[in-house]
Every structure is written in structure tokens, then in C-alpha cells.
Design a protein around this ligand. Structure first.
Ligand code: ZNH
Length: 137
């Protein structure tokens, strides 16, 4: 469960616009190349239009998740359908992405990446991943 303090930290960090989520996508493809198999139709060259557009969509989705932390299932319900029924992304990949996200966050925040920030994002990203994966069977 996200505490009130967790939520505040996430909101504050998010508002600083650290650009973490987009770096995380690139990190995902480099660190876990198997994740590229979900994007056979993409030009995965760093900074390609497709990669940038996709990054923007994911960031927008996460921004709306940050704004709706008390209501994640509802806020992400369409995305949940998409990932479960259409894309069929193996849920393990959500963990990998969260990992990359934390690394980029740490690099961007430097000393502001406190254990509290780390823990809050861990919970938040797990909650997002749980919603995206809740319709799998
Ligand atoms: Zn995902 C898509 C979000 C994870 C894979 N995604 C997508 C989108 C969004 C998202 C917003 C768009 C939609 C539309 O268009 O409508 N994701 C997301 C999030 C997350 C994710 C938030 C977490 C956190 N994904 C993921 C992973 C993977 C994926 C991990 C694998 C690896 N996605 C995907 C795909 C797609 C998507 C494949 C489709 C693309 C195209 O465009 O085609």
C-alpha cells in the first residue's frame, strides 16, 4: 500500500520531470534485449520516431497513474486490457522495466534518490504493473 508520504514523494519527484521513464525504455532494450521481441514492427534505433512516440505514450500513462494513485485499476483499465488481451506481454517484463526505471531515476536524482524515494517508486511501479497484469491468466 502506498502511504500518504509515498504519494507525496512520488508526486514531487514526478513534477521535477526527471525524464526517467524514457531513459528507462532504452535501458530496457539494452539490458534485456529479449524485450525487443515485442516490438518487431518498430525501428528500435535509439531516438527513432517510433521509440520517441512510444516513450511519450508510456510517460503520459504514468503521469495519469501518478494523478490517480488512489484509483489505479480504473485509471489504467484500458491499458490493462491492451496488455493482457492484445499485446500479451509476459508480466515478468514489467519488473524488468521497473528496474530500469529505478536506475535512471537514481542517476537523474543523485543524492535526492533517497531510500524513501526508492521504496515509494518500488511500490508505485509494482502497483502499476499489478494493474497492467491483473487480467492475465
Ligand atoms: Zn506497454 C503500448 C504503457 C509496460 C509492450 N504501453 C503501450 C501504450 C502505453 C503503454 C500507454 C500505448 C497504448 C496505445 O497506443 O493506446 N506499458 C505501458 C506502461 C508500462 C508498460 C505504463 C509499465 C509501467 N509495455 C510494457 C512492457 C512491454 C510493453 C514491459 C514489453 C516489454 N506496450 C508494449 C507494446 C505496445 C505497448 C508492444 C504496442 C506498441 C505499438 O505501438 O505497436
Amino acid at each position: 500500500m502506498l502511504t500518504a508520504d509515498d504519494k507525496k514523494l512520488i508526486q514531487q519527484t514526478w513534477d521535477k520531470r526527471v525524464g526517467a521513464p524514457r531513459g528507462a525504455g532504452g535501458g530496457l532494450f539494452i539490458t534485456y534485449p529479449q524485450t525487443k521481441t515485442y516490438f518487431p514492427h518498430f525501428d528500435l534505433t535509439r531516438g527513432s520516431d517510433q521509440v520517441r512516440n512510444h516513450g511519450k505514450k508510456v510517460v503520459n500513462a504514468l503521469t495519469s497513474a501518478v494523478k490517480n494513485m488512489d484509483n489505479l485499476s480504473q485509471a489504467l483499465s484500458e491499458l490493462s486490457n491492451l496488455h493482457a488481451y492484445n499485446l500479451r506481454v509476459d508480466p515478468v517484463n514489467f519488473k524488468l522495466l521497473s528496474q530500469c526505471f529505478q536506475v535512471v531515476l537514481a542517476v537523474n536524482l543523485g543524492k535526492d534518490y533517497t531510500p524513501e524515494v526508492h521504496a515509494a517508486f518500488d511500490k508505485f511501479l509494482s502497483a502499476v504493473a499489478a494493474v497492467l497484469a491483473e487480467k492475465y491468466r
